[in-house]
Design a protein around this ligand. Structure first.
Ligand code: ZN
Length: 147
C-alpha cells in the first residue's frame, strides 16, 4: 500500500474504500443514488472529477445508479474485467483510477450503453434548475462551474 492509498483511505468510508480501491460492489437497492432524481453532476468520490450527469441517468431497475453515457467520453476509462464465468467491462475514473462499476451493452438509446455504477463511488453535486429546460439528448460537458 502506497502513502497515497493510505491517505485516500483516511478520507473514505469503509464502503467507499471497498468499492473504489478493492473493486467491490455495493448491495443492489442500497445505494443513496439508485433512485435519486436530483439534477446535478455526479463526481468521483476520490478525486472530485465530474463523471456522470443526472441528465444521462435512467432507471434500469437493477438497483444501481445507471447512466447511458458519462459526462464526457474522456471522464472514464474502461478495462476488461475477467471473472470466472464472464468477461465484463470495468469502468474506472480516468483521472484517479478508482473503480466505479461496469458498463454493459443493453442500455437505452442513443448510446445503447448502460453504465452500472456504485453510489458510494460517486458524490452528487446538486444543480439549481433554472427556467431553461434541460436538454438530455446527448452527454453534456461539465463546465466545472455552477450554472
Ligand atoms: Zn477519480
Amino acid at each position: 500500500m502506497t502513502d497515497k492509498d493510505i491517505d485516500r483511505r483516511r478520507k473514505l468510508t469503509p464502503e467507499q474504500y471497498e468499492v473504489t480501491r478493492k473493486k467491490g460492489t455495493e448491495r443492489p437497492f442500497s445505494g443513496e443514488y439508485n433512485a435519486c432524481k436530483t439534477p446535478g453532476v455526479y463526481r468521483c468520490v476520490c478525486c472530485g472529477e465530474a463523471l456522470f450527469d443526472s441528465a444521462n441517468k435512467f432507471d434500469s431497475g437493477t438497483g444501481w445508479p445507471s447512466y447511458w453515457a458519462p459526462v464526457d467520453a474522456g471522464a472514464v476509462k474502461t478495462e476488461s474485467d475477467r471473472g470466472l464465468f464472464s468477461v465484463r467491462t470495468e469502468v474506472l475514473c480516468a483521472k484517479c483510477g478508482s473503480h466505479l462499476g461496469h458498463v454493459f451493452d443493453d442500455g437505452p438509446p442513443p448510446t445503447g450503453q448502460r453504465y452500472c455504477i456504485n453510489s458510494v463511488a460517486l458524490k452528487l453535486e446538486p444543480r439549481e434548475e433554472q427556467a431553461t429546460p434541460e436538454f438530455s439528448g446527448r452527454p453534456r460537458r461539465d463546465s466545472g462551474k455552477p450554472i
